[in-house]
Ligand binder design. Sequence first.
Ligand SMILES: [Zn+2]
Length: 215
Amino acid sequence: MPGGIKRAVLLGPQGSGKSTQSRMIAEALGVDVISASRILKDIVQRETDMGKRIKKLMDGGSMIPDTHMINLMLEELRAPVCRSGFLLDGFPRNIVQAHALEESCGVEKVFSIEISDEEAIKRMKGRRICNNRHVFHVDFKPPQKEGVCDICQLPLHQREDDKPEAVRKRLANYHQDTEKLLQYYEKQNKLVVFDGEQPIEDVSNTILDYLKNNA
Ligand SMILES: [Zn+2]
């Protein structure tokens, strides 16, 4: 890919297909996805002091304070990673975090996959999961036998987090935080918006076309 975007951010609400698209975009750019939620999960599993503090916050349903989030992410984005490139998923989440990122590596492009709240809620509502965390979807990825996991045969259920009220609440938070973020990157001419309401493969193709012509 000529020249190449090497440092990018991916934004998108739940249900936008962001994690599928993140893998595809990272591969096209030849970089790794750096996922904030994976980093948080890792640190909680390692049970360091910071990990224990973060687990307590997450269990209590609290947001991780910006200072913790920034320290953790900038630790990942050390000089070699800045040079080789990355696609950030789940960071920055707000303008404070965006400023911190700008002062360290900086980014070249910010991709935002947008869908309406109603579509996001509709998509999340169809998610089903077993106790081994295998994920299905009643419309997009139905199990062979209704209500039963294809992989481990355990019953499938809907997570509380995927129910419309919970999703609506998280979407409101998402919009509140990202609105300023979008404006910030728009002003810097870094923002590229994709319509996420098409089927996932069509969104992928639109993004890949863009990357072919611009990356
Ligand atoms: Zn299963």
